[in-house]
Design a protein around this ligand. Structure first.
Ligand code: SAH
Length: 204
């Protein structure tokens, strides 16, 4: 895919470029937009949700600087595409999806493609998934006013978390937080626009 396009936009990590080339993006989008699977834009995946544009997927993945033994948590599985890219670069991925229909569909796609090291959990990602913690990488694929504190708790020492932060429907910024000596170092990456992180029904 679009390796030239990714490289021209700052994606330099060879393992990330390889993972982006290997994961078949068209398998994760609905049939009616399959022809646009490799366009440089976000696409609808049903249930009012979107799969991020390839460059954003690649940049978030690169920001996590994953090693082969790392465990990763994703919030917002959506189609399962981002999780499949992460899964090629680390030991295992837990990805949480609030919408049970999307969770089931992502699980089905990943199984069909033989991606064995991703677990799709249906639930509220703001709570994280303590059973698998600590995680060396956390990727949040939906925007909130602040990074949910539980996710920071579940981040390993030296671990990296990447998340869009900002108001709904407006420009948000992609933030990278690195846990170092118990502190969080912040780097602002670039402006993005993500769907909102929703609250689970019954939670205030
Ligand atoms: N990473 C996905 C795209 C994510 S779009 C992909 O590669 O296709 C954001 C997703 O976050 C949506 O599917 C939405 O349903 C989900 N979401 C929103 N709020 C959530 C929450 N509190 N917990 C888990 N998932 C949530």
């Amino acid at each position: 895919m679009v390796a030239g396009q990714l490289r021209a936009n700052g994606i330099t990590d060879a393992r990330v470029l390889e993972a982006m080339a290997e994961v078949p993006r068209e398998e994760f989008v609905p049939p009616e937009v399959r022809g646009a699977a490799y366009d440089d834009r976000a696409l609808p995946i049903g249930r009012s949700q979107t799969i991020s544009q390839p460059l954003v997927v690649a940049a978030m993945t690169q920001a996590l600087a994953l090693g082969p033994e790392d465990r990763v948590l994703e919030v917002g599985a959506g189609s399962g595409y981002q999780a499949a890219v992460l899964a090629r670069l680390c030991e295992s991925v837990v990805t949480i999806e609030l919408d049970p229909q999307l969770a089931a569909s992502a699980r089905g796609t990943l199984e069909r493609l033989g991606v064995a090291n991703v677990e799709v959990v249906a639930g509220d990602g703001a709570e994280g998934w303590p059973a698998g913690a600590p995680y060396q990488g956390v990727l949040v694929a939906a925007a909130a006013a602040e990074v949910p504190p539980r996710l920071l708790e579940q981040l390993a020492e030296g671990g990296r978390l990447v998340a869009p932060v900002g108001p709904e429907g407006k420009d948000q910024e992609l933030r990278l937080l690195v846990k170092s000596g118990g502190e969080l170092l912040l780097r602002r990456l670039f402006p993005v626009r993500f769907v909102p992180l929703r609250r689970a029904p019954g939670r205030s």
